[in-house]
Design a protein around this ligand. Structure first.
Ligand code: ZN
Length: 333
């Protein structure tokens, strides 16, 4: 279990052992926290043969860790082979009503191993409205000993009726010092503390996304692009390269926004201790010389631009034109 999830995992498995966890749990938290792994762990705990004993006996055996990891049920879950565990996971854009109907049908049948059934729905916000409605009855009155685990990083996109029928559990964004140590253990120690902390901020505190971002070498691209941008007013011939670079990925405009936010913070005379791009202080300081009025305006327009592009129909021509306008404003004013 990831170190930042250990405490939450213990609390949740304790509730399972004490049979105090509701039959439907909604696990919420940002992308790249390890919610899927935690979901599997909880499913294993629910199915573990040591969980499924009378509450009185459970109290006597309170020292038995749950999930035990060695009973028949645990081994089947670990092998991905437990016939009473049903995991809905899709790379498609949505989870269809048919998928949910099949699931509710399976859940209504009796458990093969006699210890209840568990369904895990990953990225539950992908359920279509019809799919969500098909799940409501099962959420209200689960058949037999069924348990449902819904996992979502965008729970606000779930129907309110789904949310209200679940016990909701929010996984917090982990403390950066904890994640820093873990990332260093993942072979990233050579990256350096400041670069890791910046990368963590760029990835909104998400440990797994930060690991992938650093491993893929994406951070070099960020540093290159932001360095070019910081030189743009002195070297306008970089314009075409920068524009193309900023349009490569939606997140590249977020990088630029963080740079401007940090620069504005420095221009306002605030401490450099709370910079988000801690490894790019000299870049931010260079940009901050443009002054608060210029930075406030550019930042406001950039935030607006990002919002427009996120909700647009995705026509690249529009994005290009709007970004050109923004970059021209940046150059001339
Ligand atoms: Zn077990």
């Amino acid at each position: 279990m990831y170190p930042w999830l250990k405490e939450q995992a213990q609390q949740l498995t304790r509730l399972i052992a004490q049979q105090q966890l509701g039959h439907a749990l909604l696990l919420k938290g940002i992308d790249g926290l390890g919610k899927r792994e935690l979901g599997r762990h909880l499913a294993q705990a629910l199915l573990c043969q040591h969980t499924n004993i009378e509450a009185e006996v459970a109290t006597l055996q309170a020292t038995t860790a749950i999930p035990c990891g060695h009973c028949h049920a645990c081994q089947l879950v670990l092998a991905g082979n437990h016939s009473d565990l049903h995991i809905i996971r899709t790379e498609q854009r949505s989870i269809s009503v048919d998928t949910i109907r099949q699931l509710t049908q399976v859940l209504s049948e009796s458990a093969r191993l006699g210890h209840g059934k568990v369904a895990v729905i990953e990225q539950a916000e992908k359920m279509t409205e019809a799919a969500a409605n098909a799940l409501l009855k099962t959420l209200e009155e689960p058949a037999g000993q069924s348990s449902l685990l819904l996992i979502s990083s965008q729970p606000e996109r779930l129907l309110p009726t789904i949310r209200s029928r679940c016990q909701q559990w929010l996984l917090p964004v982990p403390d950066s010092s904890l994640v820093l140590g873990w990332l260093e253990e993942q072979g990233l120690a050579a990256t350096g503390e400041q670069a890791i902390l910046s990368a963590l901020n760029v990835n909104q505190g998400s440990p797994l996304n930060t690991r992938d971002y650093l491993t893929a070498g994406t951070d070099q691209r960020r540093q290159q692009l932001l360095r070019q941008f910081a030189q743009l007013r002195q070297q306008p011939q970089l314009l075409t390269d920068i524009q193309a670079g900023l349009l490569e990925q939606a997140v590249h405009l977020l990088w630029l926004q963080l740079l401007l936010q940090d620069a504005l913070q420095l221009a306002l005379g605030l401490s450099s201790a709370s910079l988000r791009l801690v490894d790019s202080e000299s870049l931010c300081r260079g940009v901050s010389a443009l002054g608060t009025a210029k930075l406030t305006q550019a930042l406001g327009e950039l935030v607006q631009l990002r919002r427009t592009l996120q909700t647009s129909t995705g026509r690249p021509v529009n994005a290009g034109l709007q970004l050109t306008q923004w970059l021209n404003d940046w150059l001339i004013n």
